[in-house]
Design a protein around this ligand. Structure first.
Ligand SMILES: [Mg+2]
Length: 275
């Protein structure tokens, strides 16, 4: 997909951000972006150094946020040390305000239907499929049995059509969620309204919506700079990397990239980032 402007140099993206830091924001997906992908989703923590970089960044720019498919309570636990970082869970259906999880009023009535759906998935799908019931989102992970992909996708599509749900395909996972107007794009669009610089870091298909929103905003508003960073992976990574301004090779490399941003701020030790 074409980007709206000439290729961006990393040094230029950084200096544009430093020069308008009070109107800059950094937005991060969680899994596969600042955390590893593991077979057991409950065992995942941010990569070493990520939380510390987010804390520093939050002191330098206007806004730092996590935008994830994880429940907000999970994010709250993982980012308890950085209350200044905004947390958006379940694609924005949940946020954390003053330490309390807030669930979107439009999404809440879907809870009983989603609970039944999780029970149906456990009953209908082979035992190797990990059914993750996140209250308003059901994730069907086939990471331990990739051959089941077709069966999982067919089951999910049938249920989505029958119940009027949204499907989201991702890295060895299919997710079903209520048809409310929340995705990573709508969250970033709203968050970036008052910003002139916004960086988005992602690794998977759902992150493409946030990339699109940054591109659309640039087309409407020439003073706005969107910076798209893809975290490479052999699953869905190529799709996102093609549309990114910059690519890092693994979640473990994201803190290093942030060091090069942080180092460019006055009073911080300067480092140059290759590429
Ligand atoms: Mg991800």
């Amino acid at each position: 997909m074409a980007t709206s402007r000439a290729p961006l140099r990393f040094a230029d993206a950084v200096s544009a951000t430093v020069s308008e830091s009070a109107k800059s924001g950094f937005f991060f997906d969680f899994d596969g972006t600042i955390a590893p992908i593991l077979r057991d989703p409950a065992a995942v923590f941010p990569v070493p150094g990520a939380v510390e970089r987010l804390r520093v960044l939050a002191g330098l720019v206007s806004r730092v946020a996590i935008v994830s498919a994880r429940p907000a309570a999970f994010l709250s636990d993982r980012f308890a040390a950085v209350p200044q970082v905004r947390l958006y869970g379940l694609y924005g259906m949940q946020t954390v305000v003053d330490g309390q999880v807030r669930t979107d009023a439009e999404a809440r009535p879907w809870a009983p239907l989603m609970r039944d759906l999780a029970a149906d998935a456990l009953r209908d799908l082979p035992g190797e499929v990990l059914v993750e019931d996140k209250a308003l989102l059901v994730a069907l992970h086939y990471r331990t049995a990739p051959a089941l992909r077709g069966a999982v996708e067919r089951w999910a599509s049938t249920k989505a059509a029958e119940l009027g749900l949204r499907e989201q395909y991702g890295r060895m996972v299919v997710e079903l969620r209520p048809p409310v107007e929340h995705d990573k794009g709508t969250v970033v669009e709203r968050e970036a309204e008052t910003l002139t610089r916004a960086w988005y870091f992602g690794d998977d298909l759902s992150d493409g919506r946030a990339f699109d929103v940054l591109r659309d905003r640039e087309l409407r508003d020439p003073a706005f700079l969107g910076v798209r960073v893809a975290v490479a992976n052999g699953e869905t990574g190529d799709e996102l990397a093609r549309r990114a301004d910059f690519t890092v090779s693994a979640p473990e490399d994201t803190p290093d990239l942030l060091d090069h941003v942080i180092g460019a701020f006055p009073g911080r030790s300067a480092r140059s980032y290759p590429g």
